[in-house]
Design a protein around this ligand. Structure first.
Ligand SMILES: C[S@@+](CC[C@H](N)C(=O)[O-])C[C@H]1O[C@@H](n2cnc3c(N)ncnc32)[C@H](O)[C@@H]1O
Length: 420
């Protein structure tokens, strides 16, 4: 068998032995795991220009759905707001799929279907066309990620979109050093999995503070105690990580166009760099060149999460210029957002060891409290004006733009537009 075929088998058997991420179906009774990509509000904003008619069926493919996080989240969000359609969970691991299936059952979700097989065969086993495809943490485990993304693009509806996560090279510095050492100490196929896990733990305990994995405090996934986490990070039969320009090439190779990275501020040095002279030079760059610079500047992207559409799809995300735009908070309620908002001044934003402050307008708290996902900008202005008669729409709008600029950049807010 070729080395590539052997590694394919190892990847497959790894996820049978160690479904990842490790999930206990019973936990569904306590909480819903949410994250990006693939939140319904994000999909509407970044893929459908905010104008998706949510009363029409949405067809979703979760390619390499694993233990179910993305499929469960989206199927639940669709159920909560009565979006018809189905979510198909495709994976080649029977064990991972059984966990996802049990999670769906506990939640009583009836809009998920399970298909077993490789995403490389998607045209035969789940031909679509799909309005939306999620592929989170999978492409970087394929022999040819470009072929994987091309296979998915082939079954994407003409106006559909894809949400992807691939590993980031700079934030994962040290991981590949440990993988290389494990290739020497316990090569795959030569010792059993439990021995390899035990050997990895011995190695980690012996590593000096100078080893890159100990210098890179961002990588801590292996410290949660579970074998699946340790196996996935240090013993994977095949994984690679991407720099931003490589992500851009991957997307282009499949005939796609990158819409955004998440969170947007982490990919734009204009939010990150303070020095005005440096900023001036950076402002002249196109957004993708700025994203590549931001990755070097921050150095902390362990993953790249992005949305993409077909290259010939010219639709862009909505902006708040219409009074009929409806701001939608992501991951927090209007009440929670208002509590976190200063009445003017700065908010602190922290991700992966990096912290910065962003300026909010004086009306931020009042605006946040009214962003319930139902009111449009005209209604939010009306509610504030009831207490502040002197506040005309233009004055409100200039404060809303500042508020939205920050909230969208940190991926806490997107927009929805009226349909039709
Ligand atoms: C790291 S897990 C990610 C799971 C899930 N997407 C998530 O984000 O939680 C990778 C998953 O991809 C699946 N996988 C790997 N190669 C695949 C392929 N060629 N076709 C379908 N699934 C694949 C594995 O079985 C595993 O469940």
């Amino acid at each position: 068998m070729s080395d590539s075929g052997r590694r394919d088998q190892l990847v497959q058997s790894q996820y049978e032995a160690y479904p990842y991420p490790e999930r206990k179906p019973a936990d569904e009774k306590k909480r819903l795991i949410v994250g990006s990509p693939s939140q319904l509000a994000e999909i509407n904003h970044y893929v459908f220009g905010g104008r998706r008619d949510l009363s029409k069926p949405l067809s979703v493919l979760v390619a390499g759905g694993g233990t179910g996080d993305g499929a469960i989240m989206l199927a639940q969000q669709m159920t909560d707001v009565s979006v018809p359609g189905e979510v198909v969970h495709l994976d080649q691991s029977e064990h991972s799929q059984a966990i996802a299936e049990e999670r769906a059952k506990i939640r009583g979700l009836t809009n998920i279907r399970f298909v077993r097989g490789s995403l490389l065969d998607v045209a035969e086993i789940a031909p679509g066309p799909w309005d939306y495809i999620d592929c989170c943490g999978v492409l970087h485990h394929l022999e040819d990620p470009n072929a994987g993304l091309a296979a998915l693009t082939n079954v994407l509806a003409p106006d559909g979109g894809i949400g992807v996560m691939v590993y980031g090279a700079l934030g994962r510095i040290g991981v590949y050093h440990v993988q290389e050492m494990m290739g020497v100490l316990a090569p795959p196929g030569e010792c059993d999995d439990q021995d390899r896990v035990a050997t990895t733990r011995r190695l980690i305990e012996n590593l000096p503070p100078t080893a890159w994995i100990n210098r890179n405090r961002l990588v801590s996934d292996h410290q949660d105690g579970g074998d699946p986490g340790l196996y996935d990070i240090f013993l994977h039969a095949r994984d690679r990580a991407y720099r931003v320009p490589e992500v851009i090439d991957l997307v282009a190779s499949a005939g796609l166009r990158l819409v955004t990275f998440l969170e947007p501020y982490r990919y734009d040095p204009l939010y990150l760099v303070r020095d005005p002279q440096l900023k001036k030079t950076l402002a002249a760059l196109d957004p993708l060149a700025r994203a590549a610079f931001a990755e070097l500047f921050l150095g902390n992207q362990k993953m790249h999460v992005f949305y993409a559409v077909r290259a010939d799809n010219s639709r862009s995300p909505p902006n708040p210029d219409s009074p009929a735009a409806i701001p939608t908070l992501i991951g927090l309620t209007a009440e929670q957002a208002a509590q976190q908002m200063p009445a003017g001044g700065k908010i602190s934003v922290a991700t992966e060891g990096h912290k910065l402050y962003m300026l909010m307008p004086p009306l931020a708290r009042a605006i946040a409290a009214l962003c319930d996902g139902q009111r449009d900008l005209a209604a939010i202005h009306g509610a504030i004006q009831a207490k502040r008669a002197d506040l005309d729409y233009d004055a409100f709008k200039s404060q809303f733009d500042k508020f939205y600029g920050v909230m969208n950049a940190i991926n806490r807010m997107v927009l929805r537009l009226p349909v039709g």
